[in-house]
Design a protein around this ligand. Structure first.
Ligand code: DCP
Ligand code: CA
Ligand code: CA
Length: 536
């Protein structure tokens, strides 16, 4: 079996939104704080909580008031609102600061979310090997080993020093790559702190899934290395759902099918059994993953694949008149427009497809798209409204919109290089004041299941702004939308990997060779890839 030789890191900012707010108001540094969306209902729903507050039991999803009960000194920052809607510009700009540092120092950087990046350090390490030999514990002030749970700093130093010595000896040369990876990550984390003021954590391992997993082992302000020799130990204690891609329906299916709780318990199943139950490619992917092999590459992507804004309208706030819908189409269109304009200046590209999504009070989710020929708030709003009008079942003379809308979103995607695409059509559409009829519409029913952190430049509200009554969130809605259209074992296996071009051949049952079939789960329903949740 071809053992993975790469060194991959996942950098994740610590309590990111809180740090962004604290950077603006440093008097709150070191104090228990959180960031809430909206001022309404019990102090707003917390979407980020710092570690000082977590010590008091404050968690994401709680209300500001509840947090204050647990921690009287708790301070709540509120997400800015524009047009009655959360505006994430501040966090996006802070994210750009972090990515500037990463991109200036590494070639292979993949933006995985607003506060996360994968780095492929393999080549950098080869260069480092030529120049640097002996490293000491002082080069690793915050590195932990995934396979050991050390309680004190002295213990950490003892364990790490031993590993370092082993790795630098001849027998353990292979792990020396990981040592150098950890060294580089210590350096970049320090640089991020110096240049942005933000702390982060990291995981360093042989593939993306392992790097992501171990990043969470020692948060905040620390990093964790996972040598392959520790994988069995770690997997024996890792719930299936904790593995990226097995967090949703796919993970549930795996735990049910095999009656396991921990990923390591799957080791006893042969490739044949896994393939029979999950399909050839997926079974192979899982079989290899458990053995530490997963070859999804780090894609240098820094641009969002789509730009979208959406809002929930729960309970009494549902959009039940044409007027309200018109007005919100305009608000969302304005936000998308502003971000598109900024994107056009910064990235020299233009979106060519406008997509409108909504969830009706009946829980039906609708997604339609049309060509986007010009950047214009009115045009976006009119196109969106025209699409939505088709689903109004009330009489054409009344102002009522029925069934009412409980989530509305507008998104722009299918970006093309604007320098090359200044077409006659563009020029023509600039002169057109009145919106043209929509010439093509496609039903985007093959949505991908949304996760908490979308991969797009997304101003979608998060699940914490829940109304008092249980109503679907954007996330739940998108998931529900997938139910009817997506093959059973899908979960959220793939969003982050869906554009991965590398589709390795599935080995024959008797001879497992590769593991990149995380893409295969996805490829079944990725033919019409208009998902607004991934980077291009
Ligand atoms: N976020 C959000 N809604 C969610 C989850 C997250 O708006 N349901 C935002 C706020 C977070 C940011 O995304 O600060 C990054 O999310 P993380 O899951 O990485 O969480 P944090 O960075 O806040 O904390 P941690 O230190 O655990 O990574
Ligand atoms: Ca984070
Ligand atoms: Ca994150």
């Amino acid at each position: 079996m071809n053992v993975d030789h790469r060194v991959i890191a996942l950098i994740d900012m610590d309590c990111f939104y809180v740090q962004v707010e604290q950077r603006l108001q440093p008097e709150f540094l070191g104090k228990p704080c959180g960031v809430a969306q909206y001022y309404t209902w019990k102090g707003g729903g917390l979407i980020a909580v710092n570690y000082e507050a977590r010590d008091f039991g404050v968690k994401r999803g709680m209300r500001g008031e509840q947090a204050k009960e647990l921690c009287p000194d708790f301070h709540v920052f509120h997400v800015q609102e524009v047009n009655g809607k959360a505006n994430l510009t501040r966090y996006r700009d802070a994210s750009a600061d972090v990515f500037r540092v990463l991109n200036a120092n590494f070639k292979l950087v993949e933006k995985a979310s607003i506060d996360e990046a994968y780095l492929d350090l393999t080549d950098d390490i080869q260069k480092l090997k030529e120049n640097r030999s002996n490293l000491t514990i002082s080069d690793f002030p915050s590195t932990h080993l995934a396979g050991s749970t050390t309680k004190t700093e002295d213990e950490r130093i003892e364990v790490f020093e031993k590993w370092l010595k082993d790795c630098q000896s001849d027998d353990e040369k292979r792990n020396f790559d990981l040592v150098l990876g950890a060294y580089l990550v210590e350096q970049i984390r320090k640089k991020i702190k110096e240049e942005t003021g933000f702390f982060c954590s990291a995981g360093i391992a042989r593939n993306k899934i392992l790097a992501k997993l171990c990043c969470g082992f020692n948060k905040p302000k620390k990093q964790t290395v996972l040598p392959n020799s520790d994988i069995d130990y770690v997997f024996d204690k890792t719930p299936v759902q904790k593995i990226q891609g097995l967090g949703g329906k796919a993970g549930e299916r795996v735990t049910e099918l095999f009656q396991v709780d921990y990923i390591g318990q799957l080791r006893k199943y042969s490739l044949d059994i896994l393939q029979t139950s999950l399909g050839e490619k997926d079974g192979c992917w899982l079989y290899n993953l458990i053995r530490g092999i997963e070859t999804t590459p780090v894609n240098s992507r820094n641009l969002y694949k789509s730009i979208s804004a959406s809002k929930n309208f729960p309970g009494k706030t549902s959009l039940d008149t044409n007027e309200k819908i018109r007005s919100w189409c305009h608000n969302l269109a304005e936000e998308v427009f502003n971000r598109l304009e900024k994107d056009r200046t910064e990235n020299k590209r233009r979106a060519k497809l406008l997509t409108v999504t909504c969830t009706l009070i009946t829980n039906e989710t609708i997604a339609r798209s049309c060509p986007l020929n010009e950047y214009s708030i009115d045009r976006f709003a009119n196109d969106a409204y025209r699409i939505l009008k088709q689903f109004n079942k009330s009489s054409s003379t009344s102002n009522i919109y029925s069934p009412a809308i409980i989530n509305l979103g507008i998104s722009a995607g299918k970006f093309l290089d604007s320098v090359k695409t200044k077409s006659i059509a563009d020029l023509f559409s600039k002169q057109t004041t009145k919106a043209e009829p929509i010439t093509s519409m496609e039903n985007l029913i093959n949505w991908q299941e949304a996760e908490e952190e979308g991969d797009d430049d997304d101003d979608t509200e998060t699940s914490t702004e829940k109304p008092p009554s249980p109503l679907p969130t954007t996330i739940a809605v998108a998931a529900a939308a997938t139910k009817t259209t997506i093959s059973p074992i899908k979960g959220d296996f793939f969003r982050k990997f869906q554009k991965n071009e590398e589709r390795l051949k599935t080995p024959s049952k008797s001879e497992p060779k590769s593991s990149s079939s995380i893409t295969s789960f996805f490829s079944r329903y990725s033919t019409n890839d208009n998902s607004s949740h991934s980077f291009g």
